[in-house]
Design a protein. Structure first.
Length: 95
């Protein structure tokens, strides 16, 4: 029987996942930008509030994506970017 794991098995894989994307500015006031690192495949971007509710979700193939949160209140948010090779989550602060 063959088992596949989605968990990284070494430092190289962990480093790749940790550098999947950059997000700026942080903190932000109305919108922020997600810049993907070395991916040519579509990615799923999910934005969570502090209690874990998904408040935005989109699929993109663009290397840079801006997300506008003008309609949302100030606070802490989490952005998760997922590819077929794994995912990474970063914390954001809206002023």
């Amino acid at each position: 029987m063959l088992f596949r794991s989605a968990l990284p098995v070494g430092l190289k894989e962990m480093y790749k996942q940790a550098n999947l994307f950059q997000v700026y500015p942080n903190p932000f006031t109305t919108k922020f930008t997600i810049e993907l690192s070395n991916t040519n495949e579509p990615v799923t971007i999910e934005l969570y509030n502090v209690i874990g509710d998904v408040i935005k979700k989109q699929i993109t193939s663009e290397s840079k994506t801006s997300i506008d949160l003008t309609a949302y209140s100030s606070g802490v948010y989490f952005v998760k970017v997922s590819t077929t090779n794994g995912s990474d989550t970063k914390r954001l602060v809206k002023n």
